[in-house]
Design a protein around this ligand. Structure first.
Ligand SMILES: *[C@@H]1O[C@H](CO)[C@@H](O)[C@H](O)[C@H]1NC(C)=O
Ligand SMILES: *[C@@H]1O[C@H](CO)[C@@H](O)[C@H](O)[C@H]1NC(C)=O
Ligand SMILES: *[C@@H]1O[C@H](CO)[C@@H](O)[C@H](O)[C@H]1NC(C)=O
Length: 478
């Protein structure tokens, strides 16, 4: 949806641990989720001015967590303990990113959890889903939405959950070995968490982690062209040109053809760019290229062919609402689905990843340029909301993070394939890799992941009086 950041590379920011000799009970085998049982914790609204308790207007609606401190909100989370080798087994903190978090998905992480005897816990990202501090998502109320606040939430959650687990086992001061794991933006959070809170984790897996903020992200469109291959790329480019022409002569009928008559022209062009891009990103090159290349070969109408792809594949099957491209919808402060507005705020205030057309040979319309994105930010959030990517990269270090990294290559591999398998819809139970064009490419990287978890666990669980170390010293190479 929207302009989610994407990289088709794998990045680990792991670091430590020791093996659990697995062998736990069987669990929810064929289900999409390991669990959907909601739990709640009280979270601080602003981690960076904890003394500012006199904040008054537009107060958080959390309630029920003490009377005078209004600056808290309820954060939703999930826990899955069936595989946990209690009481000392590892805890996998699966980070939920820029959407509502309805549970813990039964993807490849479940296989790893079983293998290592790990518990899996997943807090929802602040503001998304049911974890919003505010009912009205005005720009003013969004000022506590940032990756920095979200990372601090994770640290607080980690301590809270460790304590609640200790209470369950009648013990104090015990520390299980923790791993953080995420995909895409939450992959970046995973790497950054390890970087900022090394004493709280043994390691981190950043799957397709977008750790470097990019202002003009022209490589994104270039990758779409490369993944498409010459024939399909040419057909996509011709389609873009034809749509642009028709927008000049009769915009209403071409937008109606795509079921997108509510969109302004440029937002419509962005929808079309994203529809193609996301097909590649999530492992469905054939859904776009087969019909389009055939249409070109057989002299059929390219625009009509692409309209079918957008309506049937992108909107219906990939469940992408056209309204998520509509700036009038993005401006709504109490929308039914808030995730697009919220992610755009993060894009416009922190990470950019503006998916602009490259100067030459672009697949998307050249109208999707830097100005389009800046205008959107201004129109939706008002003056002054601007992504200072150099500050973001100064703060996190961009790609200057010491990590082992691995790339998997296959024609329907894509974003987060190591955890999700491919293609990514319909959902692959346990991240099944058998339908990847090269399961071996995926499985090889998965073996590396398991190897590093194993290694870092062995380094993390330094034996101590209680059998497990508390906070281990950092290995020197990170
Ligand atoms: C913890 O202590 C309580 C009260 O003494 C006891 O009922 C419970 O069984 C204990 N739980 C564990 C896991 O030992
Ligand atoms: C981004 O692209 C715009 C338009 O081409 C250009 O003016 C601007 O300098 C670029 N900014 C960066 C940081 O590359
Ligand atoms: C997976 O691959 C098999 C064999 O090629 C095929 O029959 C099946 O339809 C595919 N399943 C999905 C969900 O793509």
């Amino acid at each position: 949806m929207g302009s989610r950041a994407r990289l088709v590379s794998l990045l680990f920011a792991f670091l430590l641990a020791r093996v659990a000799e697995a062998g736990p009970p069987a669990a929810a085998a064929g289900s999409r989720y390991l669990t959907k049982d909601e739990r709640w914790m009280s979270q601080r609204l602003d981690h960076f001015s904890p003394t500012d308790v006199f904040y008054s207007s537009a107060v958080a609606h959390a309630g029920g967590h003490g009377s005078q401190d209004h600056r808290r909100f309820k954060q939703r989370y999930f826990e899955f303990l069936d595989y946990h080798r209690a009481p000392g087994g590892p805890i996998f903190l699966r980070i939920c990113g820029e959407s509502a978090c309805g549970g813990i998905p039964n993807d490849y992480l479940a296989v790893l959890a079983k293998k290592f005897g790990a518990a899996v816990v997943t807090p929802e990202h602040r503001y998304y889903g049911k974890s919003s501090p505010f009912k009205r998502l005005t720009t003013e109320n969004l000022r506590f939405l940032s990756s920095k606040q979200a990372l601090f939430d994770l640290a607080v959650f980690r301590e809270y959950y460790q304590e609640s687990l200790n209470a369950r086992y009648n013990r104090t001061g015990f520390d299980n070995p923790w791993f953080v794991i995420g995909v895409s933006y939450s992959g970046a959070l995973s790497a950054w968490f390890r970087l900022k809170f090394p004493h709280l984790t043994c390691g981190s897996l950043a799957s397709s982690g977008v750790v470097r903020a990019v202002y003009n992200y022209t490589d994104f469109d270039r990758q779409v062209g490369e993944s498409a291959g010459p024939d399909c790329k040419a057909a996509l480019q011709e389609t873009t040109r034809l749509v642009e022409q028709q927008l000049l002569s009769d915009s209403r009928s071409v937008k109606t053809l795509f079921g997108a008559q509510t969109l302004k022209n440029d937002d419509f062009l962005y929808l079309l760019a994203d529809a193609a891009a996301e097909a590649f990103q999530y492992g469905h090159p054939d859904a776009v290229c087969t019909p389009l290349v055939n249409a070109k070969k057989n002299g059929k109408n390219l625009v009509e062919t692409f309209a079918q792809i957008v309506k049937v594949f992108y909107v219906k099957e990939m469940e992408t609402p056209v309204s998520s491209y509509d700036q009038e919808y993005l401006k709504k402060t109490t929308p039914d689905d808030s995730s697009s507005r919220l992610w755009w705020f993060q894009v416009c205030s922190e990470v950019a990843y503006f998916q602009v057309a490259p100067k030459t040979d672009s697949v998307r319309s050249a109208r999707i340029n830097t100005k389009y994105h800046l205008d959107l930010c201004r129109n939706v959030f008002g003056e002054g909301v601007y992504p200072d990517v150099s500050m973001t990269n100064l703060y996190y270090g961009g790609t200057r993070i010491a990590v082992p990294s691995y790339l998997m290559k296959c024609s329907n591999c894509g974003h987060g394939t190591d955890l999700r398998g491919c293609p990514q819809s319909p959902f692959r139970i346990q991240g099944d890799s058998s339908n990847c064009s090269s399961p071996a490419a995926v499985n090889t990287v998965r073996q590396q992941i398991a190897k590093y978890i194993d290694l870092w666990l062995s380094q993390c669980q330094k034996p101590s009086a209680s059998g497990y170390g508390s906070h281990s010293p950092l290995p020197g190479n990170f």
